[in-house]
Design a protein around this ligand. Sequence first.
Ligand code: GLN
Length: 453
Amino acid sequence: AHLDRIDAVDDRVHAFLHVDAEGALEAARAVDAARARGDELGPLAGVPLALKDVLTQKGIPTTCGSRILEGWRPPYDATVTARLKAAGVVILGKTNMDEFAMGSSTEHSAYGPTHNPWDLERIPGGSGGGSAAAVAAYEAPLAIGTDTGGSIRQPGAVTGTVGVKPTYGGVSRYGLVAFSSSLDQAGPVSRTVLDAALLHSVIGGHDPLDSTSIDAPVPPVVEAARRGATGDLEGVRVGVVKELSGEGYQPGVEARFAEAVEVLTSLGATVVEVSCPHFTYALAAYYLIAPSEASSNLAKFDAMRYGLRVGDDGTHSAEEVMALTRAAGFGPEVKRRIMLGTYALSSGYYDAYYGSAQKVRTLISQDFANAYAEVDVLVSPTTPTTAFRLGEKLEDPLAMYLNDLCTIPSNLAGGAAMSVPCGLSDDGLPVGFQVMAPAMADDRLYLVGAALE
Ligand code: GLN
C-alpha cells in the first residue's frame, strides 16, 4: 500500500531519491513467512520506513543529496539501519535532503527540491525535508532523520509531523555520513509521539562502533509516551525560554505556542519563564563550529575513494582530478561551508573564530544547566515561522540560517529535543512546539509531547 502511495504522489512531493520496491517487498514477505512459522517477531516487524539518504544501507545507493556520491553503493549497514532490519522494519527507500545535510529547505539537494505536502509551492524544511514529507504525505508511517542544527525538528514543525533529536550519543552515528561530528544525531520522524518512542527504542542504545555512543540503557521513552497520553503532567516543571520569542516570530506561531503552554498548565504542569541569555549567540557559534567540522569531514571526498571522478583522462595530475571532481561534485552551499570552515580553522584565525565559538558553546551548556536546576523541560516554538515558499530564501544564506534559531542550542549542548505539532497558524500551515530536556532525559520529551497531542 505504501509503495502504491509513493507511486501515486511522489512525482509531486519528491520525498524519495531512491525507492527500493523489490527489497521492501522481500523484507515484508520475510516478516510474513516468520509470522507463519510462528517465529518471534521484532518489535516493529513489517512496519514500513523511509531512510534519510545520509545513512548507509548495504548495496543501496547513498548520495547524501550530492553529485559527488552519485553511483556509490555502501558495502555496509549503518548501525541504525542494521537495528531497523533486526526489528523487522521494511525500508522503503532513501529520502531527499539538502546536500550533506546543509540547509533548512531541502532546496540544496543536487537532485531537486522536495515539496511540502501541505502546499506544494512551499518548502518541507531541511535538511531532512524528504523524511518529513514522506511521513506527512502518508508515503511512510515512520522515517529516520538526522539533526545537526534542527534538521529533524524544523522539517517536523513545517510538515505537521513529530520529530525527535535524541541526546547526543544516544543513537549510534556509525554509518551516518558525517557533517559535523560533535553535533550530528539520528532520530525518529513519525505522525504520533508514541510511534516516535517505539522507533527511538529500536534505534537507540550503546554501540561500540561509535566512540561517542553513551553506554547506558535507552531512557524509558515508550512508558513516558503512554503516561503523557493520559494527560497527567502533575509535578512537571516547564520553562518557557524568554529569548526564543518576540521580534521575527510569526503572530500565528506565537498564538499556537501560547495555547499549547496553556494546555500544559491545565494538565497540572507548573509553567515559569526562564532566561537563557547566551542563546542569542547560538546561531553565530553554530555557523563557525559546524562548517569547521564539515570542512574537515568532507576532505575525504577526494575523487579516489567514492562515487564521482572528473578529469581522469591521463592528462591531469591526481591533485587536478581531485580539484575538478570537488568543483563539479559539490554544490554552492557545501562549497560555502567548506570555505567558511577552512577559514575559521586556519592558523591566525583559529582562536578568534573556532576557539571563541567553542567558548560560547560552553556558556550555552551552562545556560541549560542553570535552567534545568529549576525546571524539567524547556519549551519554545520549533521555528519562528511556518513553511516559506520555495525559492524565497535561496539567494540569502543568512535568512536561511535564521530558521535554526530555536533548534540549534540543544545541538550545541548535546541535550534531547522534540518538535510536536500544535495546530495551524493563520495561514493554514502547521506550527511546531519544541520540548527540550537534559542529556539522557529523553523520556521527558515524550511525556510532555504525548500530553499535547
Ligand atoms: N539548517 C542547519 C544547517 O544548515 C541544520 C542542518 C542539520 O541539522 N543538518 O546547518
